[in-house]
Design a protein around this ligand. Structure first.
Ligand SMILES: [Mn+2]
Length: 464
């Protein structure tokens, strides 16, 4: 945990920003996998973690914005807990660690809610993404679950997003720790990725490395020779000479901050000329996207600059045609890159996504586009020092999408569908790094993880 004063300062700022009423912030609870006592690994809610640092299930934080009163509520560990799960700190000890003055039971928070609601005061809460959170809030506030799902506080969302978007030095240090474990993991991957190895064997080896570093995954790893399936979570194939292996993975720092890195590797150590052509385009698009980033620059512009590089590169290969600027404006390049350039990174891998992507990545100045591809851009707004954002362009050959667009004659003026035929079995390439926006520009936090074709060949045992 950080020092208790840090969490107290964050809560004080949230209370000041919200101004009136109270804030009810439930932490996550344990979830049963197939019966109640067989639980999924516990994962704390990002905002609860941000405001308390506590990694214990079943807690709830009550903040009175007007009186400044703070109460931590939850179950008191009992003898049965000690017998089955070992001794645990008391609720009072947890409250002290987080710098919260008062603590109480779930009944106490229910009583606080009843009194506030009875007095006509607003009780602000965030959107809930687990059924249990909805039901707990419904019980505390005496409302129907449906009302909880729609009745979240925009004011509280804005206060939380403003705070969590700006990472201080200690938070960036946490992300660096996660990136360091990822770097070890990618080194292991590059050393052990060989033709004949199964995806599952590699997956297991990497899981082992992550666990052996005392870490855990920030999200389920993507490790697949079929990189054109953007979130492919199957690992059932055998790697063959000449395959591309796409691995998109992130781990948690000791305090729960995430890394999020993607590398696409040539199985056997060297790209084929065709793979190398596409790889260099993606690498260049990423470099241009990152070079564009600076305080005050809309991330939308970085996305479009990277898209332009991809359209130019694909045109040079004869797969696209026409003016690349016009092609990008029309959204034709999205056939190859149907997702956005990146997203915020922090305590959540898509940081604060549970608060609504538009609340995190968009603002009054930027509204989400409805255009295919651009509509998937999670982050458009102007960058500020302290933002940590992923930059992850990709080029994919998705056979079903190509066939559909071809049948529809979509963007024919910009896409040479005949030239695409030999690429239908290509797969996909994505390259992702984690970038801190500084006062002066940017720092690539994951720059130590090799990504040029030459570096990959060297690491994978084959000279370029
Ligand atoms: Mn990502």
């Amino acid at each position: 945990m950080f020092d208790a004063t840090i969490y107290a300062a964050r809560r004080a700022q949230a209370m000041r920003s919200v101004g009136k009423g109270c804030i009810l912030l439930p932490g996550n609870d344990l979830l049963g996998m197939n019966y109640k006592a067989n639980e999924y690994p516990f994962r704390q809610d990002g905002s609860f973690s941000y405001f308390t640092g506590l990694d214990t299930p079943g807690l709830c934080l009550w903040l009175d914005c007007e009186s400044g009163e703070e109460v931590l509520c939850g179950p008191e560990p009992d003898l049965m807990h000690t017998i089955w799960s070992g001794p645990a700190p008391s609720l009072g000890e947890l409250a002290e660690r987080a710098g919260v003055a008062r603590h109480g039971s779930a009944a106490d928070v229910e009583e606080l809610c009843r009194k506030a609601v009875g007095d006509g005061r607003e009780v602000h809460h965030l959107p809930q993404y687990q059924g249990d959170g909805v039901l707990r809030l419904a019980r505390f506030l005496g409302r129907a679950p449906g009302e909880i799902e729609t009745g979240f506080s925009q004011r509280l969302i804005e206060a939380v997003v403003e705070l969590r978007s700006l990472k201080d030095e200690a938070e960036v240090a946490e992300i660096r720790r996660a990136v360091a474990v990822s770097a070890d993991m990618y080194a292991e991957l590059m050393a052990s990725c060989r033709p004949g190895t199964s995806e599952m064997e590699l997956y297991g080896r990497l899981q082992g490395l992550i666990l052996s570093r005392g870490s855990r995954e920030a999200f389920p790893m993507i490790l697949s020779r079929r990189g054109e399936v953007l979130h492919n979570h199957t690992h059932d194939q055998i790697l063959r000479q000449g395959d591309l292996l796409l691995v998109d993975s992130g781990v948690c720092s000791p305090l729960g901050y995430a890394s999020d890195i993607t590398r696409t590797l040539p199985v056997g150590g060297a790209f084929t000329p065709r793979q190398r052509d596409i790889y260099e385009i993606v690498l260049h698009a990423q470099a241009v996207g990152i070079a564009c980033m600076a305080p005050g620059i809309p991330f939308l512009d970085c996305h479009l600059a990277a898209a332009r590089v991809m359209a130019e590169g694909l045109s040079a290969l004869g797969l696209m045609r026409g003016n690349p600027d016009v092609a990008v404006a029309a959204g034709a390049h999205a056939l190859f890159c149907p997702h956005g350039l990146g997203h915020m990174l922090g305590l959540d891998v898509h940081d604060m996504e549970s608060l609504g992507e538009d609340n995190v990545g968009y603002d009054q100045e930027f509204r989400r586009s409805g255009q295919f591809g651009l509509s998937g851009l999670r982050m458009a707004r102007r960058l500020r020092p302290g933002f940590v954002v992923t930059v992850e362009p990709g080029i994919y050959f998705i056979p079903d999408l190509i066939r559909l667009w071809r049948e529809q004659g979509r963007h024919e003026e910009f896409i040479d569908y005949d030239a695409l035929e030999p690429y239908l079995d290509f797969g996909g390439i994505r390259i992702e790094d984690d970038v801190l926006v500084t006062e002066e520009g940017t720092e690539v936090l994951s720059s130590a993880i090799p990504k040029t074709a030459g570096e990959l060949a060297e690491r994978m045992g084959r000279p370029a």
